[in-house]
Design a protein around this ligand. Structure first.
Ligand code: ADP
Ligand code: MG
Ligand code: MG
Length: 194
């Protein structure tokens, strides 16, 4: 169940995975972008952890809003506003007492798409958020679902974001934002919220 406490735990797990994979995320971004996705995200989750450490959050909405503000203020790059928009939309959906994770994540996806205008298959984080969202709605989110969504970005040609400058040459590489997003959903699975 999603509560202020389990939502905080979810985000801690996400931060941990970002930190563990900081170099890997930047390496992925070096291949098709500017090599900063790991450091961008690590900077953001450090700010998020600092805010969350204060504790005393009454609602899921408070937790998500606090995380959103930290990420928006610190991540920078394309991914900062996108993760920020996701979390703000999720906070809004959570309202005072919403605990339906599928509905909350769906709102997050809508926030990302409203901000970044990416559709399915454009080799962005949307390519992980969308299948994760669908699987959550049918109660079938697994590590395999998340992993195959990430893998599928390899063969896509980027048509949004910095990687789109490479055109055909973006093919054959994983999308860094898809990989960082996979950590959010793995953290959700491991957090025992579902
Ligand atoms: P920057 O490209 O500004 O250096 P990052 O490296 O932190 O920012 O983030 C790059 C990631 O952002 C990409 O891998 C992709 O997943 C995501 N991204 C970029 N543009 C969009 C978009 N329009 N919609 C969704 N995700 C996007
Ligand atoms: Mg980058
Ligand atoms: Mg950059």
């Amino acid at each position: 169940m999603l509560t202020a406490e389990t939502a905080t735990d979810w985000l801690h797990r996400f931060a941990e995975k970002i930190n563990e994979n900081k170099a890997y995320l930047s390496e992925l971004d070096s291949a098709i972008g500017d090599g900063d996705h790991g450091s961008n995200m690590a900077r953001g989750v450090a700010a998020m952890e600092e805010k969350l450490a204060a504790g005393g959050f009454a609602t899921v909405q408070d937790v998500l809003k606090t995380a959103a503000m930290a990420l928006l203020g610190k991540v920078g790059g394309a991914s900062g506003p996108l993760y920020g928009s996701a979390l703000i939309a999720m906070a809004k959906q959570a309202g005072e007492n919403e605990q339906d994770v599928a509905a909350i994540v769906k709102a997050g996806l809508e926030g990302i798409q409203k901000r970044g205008k990416a559709e399915k298959g454009e080799k962005t984080m949307v390519d992980v958020w969308m299948p994760a969202c669908e699987a959550l709605a049918s109660g079938s989110l697994t590590k395999e679902v998340i992993q195959s969504a990430v893998e599928a970005t390899k063969e896509m040609k980027a048509t949004k974001g910095r990687a789109s400058y490479l055109g055909e040459r973006s093919i054959g590489h994983l999308d860094p934002g898809a990989v960082s997003s996979s950590y959010l959903f793995e953290a959700l699975l491991e957090g025992g919220i579902l």
